[in-house]
Design a protein around this ligand. Structure first.
Ligand code: FES
Ligand code: FES
Length: 170
């Protein structure tokens, strides 16, 4: 076993931890940090349940080693809400029936978050393409696309969100 010290910022909090060089990022997030909102569906890069944002870009965290995240910024589903106040994406998934069992939901939402930031006016086709690496066994996808479009309509621009976040002291 080869241990390495890594420093990562996860949901605005800095962690310094020893990790085995073979530890997957998803296992690090779930087991070392206790952030179990990120799910493991396949462990083989197929399902997207483990999607998180690494330096703002979506990655399947079962395909990245924890040591590769050293010095980087990670956002998981736990980083989206403000206390008990749900993020617009979480609210839209609830309101538009974008989830049933919920297993895929964290990964879907992280992918959708990246898409909306990049393209707030994404069409249904563009949304479908963006989530094409995220598998849902329950919903048939229409309600997920509805949820993402609904959230895009209600999300404030990124610069404004950053200002609100600063004001909240996060
Ligand atoms: S658990 Fe990572 S893609 Fe399925
Ligand atoms: S809601 Fe069950 S897998 Fe997507």
């Amino acid at each position: 076993m080869s241990m390495n010290k890594i420093k990562v910022t996860v949901n605005n909090k800095v962690y310094e931890k020893e990790v085995d060089s073979r530890t997957l990022l998803v296992d690090f997030i779930r087991e070392k940090l206790g952030l179990t909102g990120t799910h493991i569906g396949c462990d083989t890069t197929n399902c997207g349940a483990c999607t998180i944002l690494l330096d703002g870009k979506p990655v399947k965290s079962c395909t990245v080693l924890a040591v590769q995240a050293n010095g980087k910024t990670i956002t998981t589903i736990e980083g989206l809400s403000h206390g008990k106040e749900l993020h617009p994406l979480q609210k839209a998934f609830l309101d538009k029936n974008g989830l049933q069992c919920g297993y895929c939901t964290a990964g879907m939402i992280m992918m959708a978050h990246w898409l909306i930031r990049k393209n707030p006016e994404a069409t249904r086709d563009e949304i479908r393409e963006a989530i094409s690496g995220n598998i849902c066994r329950c919903t048939g996808y229409d309600s997920i696309v509805d949820s993402i479009q609904e959230a895009a309509r209600s999300m404030i621009p990124e610069e404004e969100e950053e200002m609100v976040t600063k004001q909240r002291g996060r």
